[in-house]
Design a protein around this ligand. Structure first.
Ligand code: AHM
Length: 336
């Protein structure tokens, strides 16, 4: 076999090449992506040495959702805010960890086109056990007038208005995956040169997978339709390649990264306790929906596309069925 040596393409090189495809592109989106990627390198460093610097463990505070924050959540949140505040491309941010959005109050920011939403450290219950966690981000073009501070309407846009979205997974390697409507690309952090390098070009989510992923411990709280679907997944059927395999890490980034690479379905449904589901539309579901749809998969809330939900609140939740197209359709045929 011919041993062709592939040229290393860094995230910056890649986004600049992409920008050149558009006549009027200013490079601001690429620069913003670079800033987010930088913040995530800093977070990655801290995640890697967490056990050594006594940063693990609970912080004692609760966030707006009433959940206990971990120290690393706060570190990640502050890092992203600081880096984006110093960025010339970001007018303001909204974070899963903060009650309100933050409009940056300087002239540069007033003239910036974009706002960023993020879940700084998703899957934080996994921090203490050293399982994969991640940062999820979304980028919208603001709808408020340039030259003034951004406002809430900039952050309450439907997912179908997203300019880009992505995640960084802090796992056995650190990867940044981001999507625009053009497609999805994955970059692995090469720590010796401190750069994310293109490792997974043009990622696709296969139409059919073999893995279903949800918190099966909650089955008693699920609707009969969903219980029937779970039984279907567990039933023997050689022709259809069933029973399926169940995998659930409890860290959305890790579960969705596997779904993107191997195919499968990830579900966080509404249940008796969480009538709107648990996961947040603006910080978790919309960005993941853009990524999976751009890769050819499907992301629904039960009776429509996640990306078409018109958000009314910053911390809104939604049920989610996401992953391989055929599997999402099959699940919905039981639950609708
Ligand atoms: P977090 O924001 O507190 O980390 O919670 C979000 C996480 C997701 O990453 C994951 O998919 C889900 O919560 C797991 O919830 P559960 O433990 O109820 O299965």
């Amino acid at each position: 076999m011919e041993n062709k040596k592939r040229k290393l393409i860094t995230l910056d090189e890649f986004t600049i090449q992409q920008t050149r495809k558009f006549q009027n592109a200013t490079g601001e989106l690429s620069a913003l992506l670079r800033d987010i990627a930088l913040a995530c390198k800093i977070i990655n460093k801290q995640v890697n040495i967490a056990g050594l610097v006594d940063i693990l463990g609970k912080h004692g505070a609760t966030n707006v959702q009433g959940e206990e924050q971990m120290k690393l959540d706060i570190f990640a949140d502050e890092t992203l805010i600081n880096v984006l505040q110093n960025s010339a491309e970001c007018a303001g941010i909204a974070s899963e960890e903060n009650d309100e959005f933050i409009a940056f109050q300087d002239e540069f920011s007033w003239n910036s086109k974009y706002v960023v939403l993020f879940d700084p450290l998703d899957g934080s219950s996994n921090i203490d056990v050293n399982a994969s966690i991640g940062t999820i981000f979304s980028i919208y073009k603001r709808v408020s007038p340039l030259g003034s501070p951004c406002n809430e309407a900039d952050f309450l846009q439907a997912g179908n208005k997203l300019m880009a979205a992505g995640y960084v997974i802090y796992g056995s390697s650190t990867m940044l995956v981001y999507a625009t409507k053009l497609g999805v690309n994955g970059f692995t952090l090469e720590s010796s040169i401190g750069e994310y390098c293109l490792s997974h070009p043009d990622m696709k989510c296969s139409e059919q997978g073999k893995i279903y992923s949800l918190n099966q411990g909650n089955t008693n709280k699920y609707t009969q339709g969903l219980k029937d679907y779970l039984n279907y997944c567990m039933e023997e059927n050689k022709e259809e390649g069933r029973p399926l395999t169940h995998r659930y890490i409890g860290s959305m980034v890790a579960d969705l990264h596997r779904t993107l690479i191997k195919g499968g379905i990830f579900i966080y449904p509404a249940d008796k306790k969480n009538v709107n589901g648990k996961l947040r539309l603006q910080y978790e579901c919309n960005p993941m929906a853009l990524i999976i749809e751009a890769a050819g998969g499907k992301a629904e809330h039960g009776s429509g596309r996640i990306l078409d939900i018109e958000p009314t609140e910053l911390h809104q939740r939604t049920p989610i069925f996401i992953g391989s197209k055929n599997m999402v359709e099959k699940a919905l045929s039981f639950t609708k």
